[in-house]
Write a protein that binds this ligand. Structure first.
Ligand code: G1P
Length: 257
């Protein structure tokens, strides 16, 4: 479509009241900075051609939030990526949102987690029931139902086989952490796949400070998977007034030529 996936994630953060966003990027990802930057040339062209709708959209992107960028110089894993932001986050609770998970709901997913965090005064991670056949792609929690859709986490395993998985509740890329997670990220060594795994630090955090899993409300697309990326593109396009009618699929589309 006309909007990069990362913008959905930023919009979710902004809709949840977040004003400061730190993006951990790396080599070859400069296009992200350019996308969220003010675009003088484009604004000028759109103003001249009288395309006020597109102009408003471009201006909205540049003013969505204060976005700061940190480059992770080596790909040492998710745990290491988060640790890169330690100095800038300081001693405050913060949210982590992974760019390859898009969650759609009227009440933004990370906002639901923040609400739960404020109630239980402990770190909260988003979880979703996943069929056993796909469980090996995720971190998985072992937990006891605390109330409604909130689980008290007792243990976590990163990418278990279906036989080893302690439940069918997979961790998705939404977290709200107490700042103590940083000290645990500093303690862990390389884990699964030689990478610094966030799940290993969460395990230590869980034992010492407690951790909850929230079965959030919303539709999640794991756009790291090709099929889900296509699904997300179709589903989100069909929700757009300016695209839905034109997109109505005609049976012709599936005819072999
Ligand atoms: C990461 C985490 C995993 C989590 C997943 C959610 O894995 O390590 O615990 O379930 O994100 O998308 P990755 O997708 O980086 O392999």
């Amino acid at each position: 479509m006309d909007k990069p996936a990362i913008q959905y994630v930023v919009e979710e953060a902004v809709a949840s009241g977040m004003t400061d966003i730190i993006m951990i990027t790396g080599r070859g990802k400069r296009a992200i900075e350019d996308h969220f930057d003010k675009s003088y040339e484009l604004e000028h062209k759109l103003r001249e051609s009288g395309n006020s709708e597109a102009l408003a959209e471009v201006q909205k992107i540049a003013s969505m939030a204060d976005i700061f960028y940190i480059r992770q110089k080596e790909q040492l894993g998710l745990g290491h990526a988060i640790l890169c932001a330690k100095k800038h986050v300081g001693n405050e609770p913060f949210a982590v949102m992974l760019g390859d998970d898009i969650v759609v709901n009227d009440r933004p997913c990370i906002g639901q987690l923040v609400e739960a965090f404020e109630q239980v005064k402990a770190s909260v991670v988003g979880v979703e029931q996943v069929p056993k056949s796909r469980i090996q792609r995720y971190g998985v929690i072992k937990g006891k139902r605390f109330r409604d859709d909130l689980y008290k986490v007792e243990d976590l395993v990163e990418k278990p086989t279906p036989e080893e998985a302690p439940s069918d509740l997979a961790i998705i890329g939404r977290y709200v952490f107490q700042p103590e997670i940083f000290s645990f990220l500093e303690k862990i060594g390389p884990g699964m796949g030689g990478e610094y795994q966030l799940t290993d630090a969460m395990r230590l955090l869980c034992r010492k400070h407690g951790l909850y899993g929230l079965k959030f409300k919303g539709r999640r697309f794991d756009i790291g998977s090709k099929a889900d990326w296509v699904r997300a593109t179709i589903a989100l396009s069909m929700e757009r007034k300016d695209l839905a009618d034109e997109l109505r699929l005609s049976p012709d589309l599936f005819k072999k030529r």
